[in-house]
Design a protein around this ligand. Structure first.
Ligand SMILES: Cc1ncc(COP(=O)(O)O)c(C=O)c1O
Length: 324
């Protein structure tokens, strides 16, 4: 391999042997944590940087600025390093300690913004990113919530990989919704490849308004939106989805713990969300269905949160092992 960029993509699909043992359908998890930066966002970072360089929007050596809850930042830092672009990441206090350290390890500059600042506030993460980009000559904002090369990354790579790995047998596709890039990009490909047969299902955390429910605190990193504060991302094409399922925090974290204990898969909370929804889908799908679900990242990013009894207790969640 000529560089770490070649490690991006071609992630494995692993079957849930235990959690789906008594179901009439198969559930296969696509392990995006196996990307070099530990998440699906490496695909997005690679695609948006390549396309911006090709179009001339991003000139050699220019700084990339993004506001990110972590994974997109890590992907950009990783690919930025390989392509000669300094990277500035604006994050909020919500970011896990692990992701913060990884960003530093890859050489990104970190700036903290106020998680509670509304969009009109100068302290809002996107406003801070805008200001920083304006102050650095030639700086370019990757804008993961607006950049069409985000869903295009999944249309070009994640979707075709799932299609080939299942030899076209995938019948249901489940992904959690953050920017919506994964679910609408890979979902669009799978719809087209199957002439509309694949059902596409979005997984939404409680507190998020993607399913039309009222907004509230969101406890699952990297996913969900709040209409009152966030705009509907341009990267999320709701028309691709057949259904959106919302799940509460307790079942999400119980699933994260079950995946580790029963499948030996250490995955992040948004994976717990998506897998719990995928198992629900598999329960009611026609027998013999093949449900593919995206696991966006690894649980190693959340050892101090999802796998920490003190953090779980502080959020009113059951510790690992206390679940039935
Ligand atoms: C941990 C995690 N899970 C899921 C997602 C959602 O992916 P997408 O933005 O493609 O909807 C993200 C996005 O940042 C994420 O960081």
């Amino acid at each position: 391999m000529s560089s770490a960029a070649e490690l991006v993509g071609n992630t494995p699909l692993v079957e849930l042997r235990n959690l789906a043992a008594n179901l009439p359908s198969r559930v296969l998890v696509k392990l995006e944590g196996r990307n070099p930066g530990g998440s699906a966002k490496d695909r997005v970072a690679l695609n948006i940087i390549r396309e911006a360089e090709a179009s001339g929007e991003l000139v050699p050596g220019a700084t990339i600025v993004e506001s990110s809850s972590g994974n997109t930042g890590i992907g950009l830092a990783l690919i930025g390093r390989l392509t000669g672009h300094p990277v500035v990441i604006v994050h909020t206090a919500q970011i896990s300690a692990e992701k913060r350290q990884m960003l530093r390890a890859y050489g990104a500059t970190l700036v903290e913004a106020d998680w509670d600042a509304p969009p009109e506030s100068p302290d809002n993460a996107r406003a801070v990113a805008e200001r920083i980009a304006g102050s650095i000559p030639g700086a370019w904002q990757s804008k993961q919530f607006e950049n069409r090369n985000n869903p295009a990354a999944h249309y070009r790579t994640t979707g075709p990989e799932i299609w080939h790995q299942t030899a076209g047998r995938v019948s249901h596709f489940v992904a959690s919704i953050g920017t919506g890039g994964s679910v609408s990009g890979a979902g669009r490909f799978l719809k087209e490849a199957s002439a509309g047969a694949v059902r596409v299902i979005g997984a939404n955390p409680s507190g998020s308004t993607y399913a039309g429910e009222p907004d509230g605190p969101i406890l699952v990193d990297g996913v969900g939106t709040r209409w009152q504060r966030d705009w509907w991302p341009h990267t999320f094409d709701r028309n691709i989805l057949d259904e959106v399922h919302t799940l509460g925090n307790s079942p999400v974290y119980e699933m994260v713990h079950s995946l580790a204990r029963e499948e030996s898969l250490l995955l992040g909370p948004s994976s717990g969300l998506a897998v719990a929804v995928a198992l629900d889908v598999a329960r009611s799908a026609p027998p013999g269905s093949v449900v593919v679900v995206i696991s966006p990242d690894t649980g190693l990013n959340y050892l101090t949160k999802a796998f920490n009894p003190h953090w779980l207790e502080s959020e009113g969640l059951a510790a690992q092992g206390e679940t039935p």
